[in-house]
Write a protein that binds this ligand. Sequence first.
Ligand code: ADE
Ligand code: ZN
Length: 346
Amino acid sequence: MNFSAVQPSQLPDLLRAMPKTELHIHIEGSLEPELIFAMAKRNDVRLNYANVEALRSAYAFTDLQSFLDIYYAGASVLQQPQDFYDMAWAYFLRAKADNVVHAEIFFDPQTHTERKVPMRTVITGLHDACRDAQEKLGISSSLILCFLRHLSEESALDTLEQALPFRDWIIGVGLDSSERGHPPEKFERVFKRAQQLGLKAVAHAGEEGPPAYIWSALDVLHAQRIDHGVQAIHDAALMKRLAAERIPLTVCPLSNLKLCVFPSLALHNLAEMLDQGVCVMLNSDDPAYFGGYLNENFLQVFEALPMNAAHAYQLASNSFEASFVPDDQKQIWQQKLDACFAQFGA
Ligand code: ADE
Ligand code: ZN
């Protein structure tokens, strides 16, 4: 591939056009304020904000917890299967516009079951949207059930049990919510049980928390991907291991910016990680809250950092490599990627 043939001025169009997967999207974080208000109205839920503008102007976060407090409040409008369907369908339309070919979607059942919304309601709504995304948009997808780490291990175990009737609609389990003070070790048993059921495992680690949490996500939870993982940069031995074992990091630049993990995108360590051979790929995390969907993450990060067409190719390839799909499908996407780069002269 002749990457130097791509002119810098062509880069934004190339970033938009290239096929890519998204592996770190909290579906509740794709709920736009307009949809929150529409659902509040139809479900007769009272919100603490007068209107869409007032809600949006509250999206000024100082750290992860300041975001999570608003994010859980927003999710309180989700009550019926149709709500979960509409939320996921709106995401898939955005994903289609960004040339996302495949999405592995996080959902937080405890946010809903704690409000007495049944697991069945949550999963059937999401599953129906995934089915329609394949049929109508040609986007493949799977669901990853996340445990909220600020809740107890017992609650996580109970959540996994409630999901068992829908086992075939879930590809894996994840771990999210407030990181500091909730190390991966707290969830060793529930991850073991999930893996006995044949589920894949991923975990948020090293978003705000220390590199030690990345080590224990790998060695105690046996996570196959690390969500965020940007704090790995402070641990040379860990960086070496991530690169040598090709352990994917699902990095979310706009999220890191909005949650003050980095003071600016120009100071983000994405390019450094890539150049050190770590399998990083880009994601939107909670796009309705962080100012952009997947392509917006690509565009802003390439604008801020010294990155080129070779980096773009590597990020898209990594997004295929890191996904939980069979190798023959990855090869098909890789060929699509090569054809896209050829159109831009590479
Ligand atoms: N839940 C939704 N977004 C999250 C994030 N960025 N970190 C941890 N938990 C989350
Ligand atoms: Zn996340």
